[in-house]
Design a protein around this ligand. Sequence first.
Ligand code: NI
Length: 183
Amino acid sequence: MELPNLKILEENDKRLRQISKPVTFPLSASDQKTINDMLVYLQMSQIDEEREKYNLRAGWGMSAVQLGIMKRYFVIAEEKEDKTFKNYIVINPEIVSYSEELIYVGEGEGCLSVNRDVKGIVPRYARMTVKAQDMNGKEITLRVREDVSIAFQHEIDHLNGILFVDRIDPKNPYKNQEKMREI
Ligand code: NI
């Protein structure tokens, strides 16, 4: 595999704090290529050999805004136990419902745009139903749970100019921990 040449914005870049715009269809050739490149990059970042070869940080989600493209889409490459990937391509997402139960990543969330360790809890819905569009503009409904639900919320935040670090109270990073389930 060849590593796509992606320039991922760093935390201090102001574009990461802006709200991305709805995507119109048909999807441009350039957006189609970006979606493909992002998925290849994320998969390679999760394959030990490739990650070491290219000195990558592992990630399984990426939003267009992280490449400076201010459009409402993101992808997720979820590695399964058999080492295959389940790819999600999510365009113009809307959360239609979510669980009362909250969860958080015990070891802390990570982001390819945040190149430092950040301690603390990011409360996330354990389950969600999301409406979105696929690459053809067709409406899709996705039901997500656990780590995939967290990844979706992390990426939807990106589309709204929010980084996970913004959701951690620096004065009390483990606030309300007892009200949530660790995953
Ligand atoms: Ni991120």
